[in-house]
Write a protein that binds this ligand. Sequence first.
Ligand SMILES: Cc1cc2nc3c(=O)[nH]c(=O)nc-3n(C[C@H](O)[C@H](O)[C@H](O)COP(=O)(O)O)c2cc1C
Length: 370
Amino acid sequence: MSFIETFARIEYQFRPLLAYLPADFTTKLASFGKSNFIKNFVEDIPKEETVFSKDQSVKLWDIRFNSPLFNAAGMFKIGKGYNVVAKQGAGAFLAGTTTYRSREGNIKDGVTHPFLPFPRSQAAINWMGLPNPGHEVVAKRLSQIEKVKACPVGISLSYDSVDSKEIALKNMVLGLEMYDKANVDFIEINESCPNVEGKSVSNNLEPELVERLEYISKNFISKLNRNLPVIVKLSNDTNINQVDDLVRILTDLNYSGVNFGNTSTRYNELESQIRKKEKHLFYYFYNTFGGGLSGEPLKQTSLELASKAIQSVEKISPSNEFHVIRTGGISSISDIEDSIRNGIKLNQWYTGYFKNFGRYGHQLYKKILE
Ligand SMILES: Cc1cc2nc3c(=O)[nH]c(=O)nc-3n(C[C@H](O)[C@H](O)[C@H](O)COP(=O)(O)O)c2cc1C
């Protein structure tokens, strides 16, 4: 067992005790600890490659994914860590989210990139604010990856929300072109981060979203001369009644998929899913920073939204290949089985990933999927 695996295992045992510390101190400790852990984690390449006893792979868009599960965006923000997840048996490696210009991310009350786990509730909240070194740096890094079989490379990109609409759109296309040249296998556009300044994420289908989708379709997707699926990640707070229209717009514009979804800001509605002992931490965090809730409380909505999207795709039966990805609250094989039953072939995880890494270390995909 590597040092990182041992550390994660010990931390997994002691994490629930965080609930007994003052909320502001716990937030400082968890935020600092997380950043440092990730720095070491991305370098901790497993010695042995995971080999599943039964083939777990799925082939979508003519791309082979080693398994139906891979990391959600935000875990490998600087584009390092490919060999860690490829050896673990992940379905893919998803880097980013990156923006055109580098971002420092959010700092408030002496806390850099605020993050707080709620281990008893199997949830977490973050207000990191998309810290990243920019498209160019990460594109260069991804172009240098020596890919292994069935672990494709994806990248998540977002608009620079501080820019005017015109500049943000132009720079987005420049970024997409950089990643096309870097030979990534698929692209995810993050339309749903609740933690950046400027525009807030709307949970509704709004004209500005459609305008952005049209611009990217016209200026990037229609000009592609290779197989490069572009999917759009929306919020887990999306109004389910709008899924039909959203899927119709995406398929009409030749996007290749949709991902439901990102973190939630429905603090009041989801409060009941935070355990009593951790509620004070939850109140402190969202009252001080805001932020997006992740993990178990999103399990039901991610399943409902993604399943609804599958039904929409079946109704539309688009001419281009279009798939639905589910993200939110995935942590066990029964979640993957729920997805399969509803026609969802790909899943991403973040909060559940680290819970399972604490239990199983680098063996986590094998332990979960078999
Ligand atoms: C610390 C942290 C950072 C995140 N950063 C990003 C990000 O950069 N881009 C993005 O699209 N989603 C980001 N997310 C959201 C996750 O990708 C995912 O959509 C969300 O956490 C729900 O999945 P989960 O319940 O498995 O955690 C982040 C989540 C967390 C917890």
